[in-house]
Design a protein around this ligand. Sequence first.
Ligand SMILES: *Cc1c(COP(=O)(O)O)cnc(C)c1O
Length: 426
Amino acid sequence: MTGNRGDRALLDLDREHIWHPYGPMPAAAEPLLVRSASGVRLRLADGRELIDGMSSWWCAIHGYRHPALDATVTDQLERMAHVMFGGLTHEPAIELGRRLIELAPEPLRHVFFADSGSVSVEVAIKMCLQAAGPTRSRMLALRGGYHGDTFGAMSVCDPVDGMHQLFASVLPEHVFASRPPGGVGAPLEQRYVEELRGLFERHGGELAAAIVEPIVQGAGGMWFYAPGYLRLLRELCDAHGVLLVFDEIATGFGRSGTFFAAERAGVAPDVMCVGKALTGGYVTLAATLCTSAVAEAISQGGGGALMHGPTYMANPLACAVALASLELLETGDWQADVARVEQTLGTALAPARQLPGIRDVRILGAIAVLELDHPIDIDRATQAAVAAGVWLRPFRNLIYAMPPYLCTEAELAQLAQAMIAAAAVA
Ligand SMILES: *Cc1c(COP(=O)(O)O)cnc(C)c1O
């Protein structure tokens, strides 16, 4: 649908009235006008096509206009787009809940459907506070972490690089551990082990829960750390009666090479958040899963119920397309696809290690990161990538890609070239 308004007029209206993520009003840079998207490509209004190296903020793992997902949405539309979830229920939500429980680690048995990742984190925090009772009201989180933009979620994001300074007077003060030492295969550093132990010894009695992004810290710095620290956290949480929350919103559904990132550690959380790729990038949906012990503590505790209930909870279109996306993962070969992304980007980006200004090149599953030794000129870097036919969204000193799993080797090679071109001008 192109409408009657010209592209220039649309962009002028956008600039005048519409907020974009983390942006000023009016915006500093003009966004690209997208007309449509299919496969792994965005089609711009001016006719250019870009490989989407971001999968629309890590969601569109199967690419755009996937025939099976399109058909599912159309089919569900013919039944109903939405009904409220208070007092009513429906098959897409029930089937999706059942499927998520099958896929999640064993002790997670209950699902709360939220309308975005941030809300699922709010719900996770509420679950922990309600289950832990009034004497435990603090969370333990990691420096370099990112858990969303709502207030509860913000309060467990990195306190320096996050938005804590702006909202310091209204954010609760939680307990923070340093960013874990880098490297998925690196041996545990005793210094960090002692830091975590010390924090639990000092604060264990006032903590309701610890919340972490397992293995991969995403928007807080595209940082990878060893599974051993998750096992240690599980041990410390158990020893101190503290719940453990895994935020798998960025990592879930194969992105880091295992279906859930925490599988590398072989430990299960008490509460787990999923979102982003849950619907294959079609409709916003997230979920918070919890154990029976957590559910019982909440339901038998003071409130007697979990105190949350979004208007669009368990939206049927979103649930139906999420089920279809999970089925695509199940019937396809996402392990092979993600391994191909890892290998091809790994080979193509290896020479970047020698380039001036590049501090680190790291790749895990379908996540590839160039870390520069200086803050990036975002506009120049983005334009260089676009000139190379690729959509990237660098931040701070990081140029990274999280492409759809089904990118071909040629598309991945082009993506790597665009990352290197962006780094060269950044
Ligand atoms: C994106 C993200 C969130 C927030 O999800 P929204 O859907 O943007 O609210 C929370 N946690 C992690 C790890 C994320 O990557």
